[in-house]
Design a protein around this ligand. Structure first.
Ligand code: TRP
Length: 427
């Protein structure tokens, strides 16, 4: 039975906080309990090397994050739970993908472009301080995903572009070497809470406004006391809208408890009392997990064993045979088994896909994208000049999103377009 495969990576470069728990860990642990899904959760420690130069920090964070997921209820016998660097096939696949990926694709990655823009604004050399690790980040991530042919990848909005790139890369490889990869999709859940931090902005390590998930109770209380509120006195009605305190409470309370708290806000609860209530609520949810977490952290050899065993089984089940197949497909083959007649690895191409530019009776200029069977997949809007149409075609081929110039036609889907554009680029 084809199962839905869901995969996501967590980069071990810090200490887990409440925002990580509500935004990623809790929904993932819940999703992993659904029937008919095969879930993959891994610690992307190769990615951590891009973010930090501190070996101690990578190691410590890997331990803390692994323990957090287990304490939060992840069942390593029910899901694949592993560490990226325990799967040597992942860097191997990264290279195979690197060889079918245009440099231009990576030039457009947001994280890389942001670094270049910052350098340019500061009058520095465009690539100052940019490592190849940062530049290649989306390729390593594509290998993580494509290695297990994941269908859905739960990620935050900031990662959507990386998923689009993974699809492009998979399509290029499939076009050249045959259908080996599923085209993965980002799953962005708008219902999942983005928690505010102590200062009301999104809770994030980079704003230094976090509440560590497993801080001891006294520290948890101390942090809660520093949550920014307005200066309304006790007895004055308070707004729930825009209140970080209220949102944090809501993320951990039942709907009924949330309504009760809403009532207390309207009746002018004192901020001190609201903070006390938030502390009590968090403590009820977190205390049992914290106890499990502390037990786990105290026995790192058990966690090491869980991760090693996950990776070992996963390699045997998927990674090793799959990479063997891919090596064969690209021509990294035994020498004593030459094919009878030398054959091109390319699947026999039918008619080639193409972009046709033309002028209509209305005097305007148009283009359309046609696949190998002659079906029109995209029909452009009108352009006043041929040059404009030509620029749009170039940008389209370059991977920019088509919606600004053209509409899907004949029931084609965006993934049909991605596939055909990859085919065009590969020529
Ligand atoms: N880039 C992701 C992040 O920083 C982590 C990650 C690495 C990942 N590899 C992945 C997420 C593969 C999903 C799939 O959040």
């Amino acid at each position: 039975m084809p199962q839905l495969r869901i995969l996501t990576g967590i980069t071990p470069s810090g200490t887990p906080h409440l925002g990580n728990y509500a935004g990623a860990i809790r929904p993932a642990v819940n999703a992993s309990k659904q029937p008919d899904v095969e879930s993959f959760y891994f610690l992307s420690d190769y990615h951590a090397l891009i973010k930090t130069g501190s070996p101690e920090r990578v190691q410590r964070s890997t331990l803390e994050i692994a323990a957090t997921w287990l304490a939060a209820g992840l069942r390593p016998e029910k899901v694949w739970f592993y560490r990226q660097s325990d799967i040597p096939e992942i860097p191997e696949l990264t290279w195979l993908l690197t060889c079918v990926t245009g440099k231009g694709l990576l030039n457009r990655a947001h994280a890389y472009k942001a670094a270049v823009d910052k350098n340019t604004a500061e009058g520095e050399n465009a690539d100052a301080g940019v490592t190849m690790g940062l530049f290649m980040y989306p390729l390593l991530m594509a290998a993580d995903i494509l290695m297990f042919n994941a269908h859905k990848v739960p990620v935050g909005r900031d990662q959507i572009q990386h998923l689009e790139m993974a699809r492009d890369i998979a399509a290029s490889f499939n076009h050249r070497y045959g259908e080996h990869f599923v085209l993965p999709e980002a799953a962005v859940d708008d219902a999942v809470a983005t928690l505010p931090g102590l200062d009301g902005r999104k809770m994030s390590k980079s704003y230094d406004n976090t509440i560590p998930l497993f801080a001891p109770p006294a520290e948890l209380k101390r942090r809660i006391l520093t949550i920014v509120t307005d200066s309304k006195a006790s007895g004055e009605p308070k707004q729930t809208e825009g209140s970080a305190l209220f949102q944090l409470f809501q993320a951990f309370a039942t709907p009924a408890e949330t309504e009760t708290m809403r009532g207390r806000f309207a009746q002018g609860i004192a901020w001190g009392d609201a903070k006390e209530a938030l502390f009590d609520k968090l403590e009820t949810v977190i205390a049992p997990m914290r106890a499990r977490y502390e037990e786990l952290i105290a026995e790192p050899q058990r966690i090491e064993q869980v991760l090693k065993s996950g990776a070992e089984r996963l390699r045997a089940r998927y990674a090793t045979p799959f990479v063997a197949r891919l090596r064969e497909a690209v021509g990294l083959r035994r020498l004593d088994q030459l094919p009878a007649a030398p054959a091109d690895a390319r699947p026999q191409a039918q008619a080639r896909p193409q972009v046709k530019q033309y002028r209509e009776a209305d005097g305007q200029f148009y283009f359309k994208l046609v696949d190998g069977e002659g079906r029109t997949l995209l029909q452009s809007h009108a352009f006043a000049a041929p040059r404009e149409a030509g620029q749009a075609v170039a940008a389209l081929k370059n991977g920019e999103h088509f919606a600004q110039w053209a509409d899907l036609a004949n029931g084609a889907s965006a993934s049909d377009v991605t596939r055909v554009l990859a085919a065009l680029r590969a020529e």
